[in-house]
Write a protein that binds this ligand. Structure first.
Ligand code: CU
Length: 138
């Protein structure tokens, strides 16, 4: 009697623990594009001659944002976000890394939205009147 119970329980326990392992491994991998985990998000932006696509963004106040930049144009581009004061070339600006993207280059710009709602401008320093965009902070 005890022997038959044992032979039944052991395989059952094995199956359950394998199931738990599969569950534990399942959740990984944040799938890149437009990911939004907790209070951080990433946004893919294509740089062209001379524009950003897209060039309007909506983020939550206090949100960490990573712009993933790709220069698909034939000119050099970069990105500068004006920051909470919405003035360029001040201490709260955020600049792309690297600060010059040659054709085909990729880069990032990491920025944290201010706590107040509002609109914040961004632009390319090489094409400041053409390559522009705006971030709506909600
Ligand atoms: Cu540019």
């Amino acid at each position: 009697m005890t022997r038959t119970v044992r032979t039944f329980i052991l395989p059952a326990a094995l199956i359950i623990s394998i199931g738990l392992l599969a569950l534990a491994c399942g959740g990984g991998g944040d799938g890149g594009n437009g990911g939004n985990e907790g209070d951080s998000m990433s946004i893919d932006v294509t740089m062209g001659d001379n524009f950003y696509e897209p060039n309007e963004f909506t983020v939550k106040s206090g949100q960490k944002v990573t712009f993933n930049l790709k220069n698909e144009g034939i000119a050099i581009h970069n990105m500068r976000v004006a920051g909470a004061d919405n003035e360029y070339n001040t201490d709260d600006d955020a600049l792309s890394d690297p600060d010059q993207l040659s054709p085909g280059d990729t880069g990032t710009l990491e920025w944290t939205a201010p706590d107040q709602a509002g609109e914040i401008d961004l632009r390319c320093e090489f094409h400041p009147t053409d390559s522009t965009g705006v971030i709506m902070v909600e």
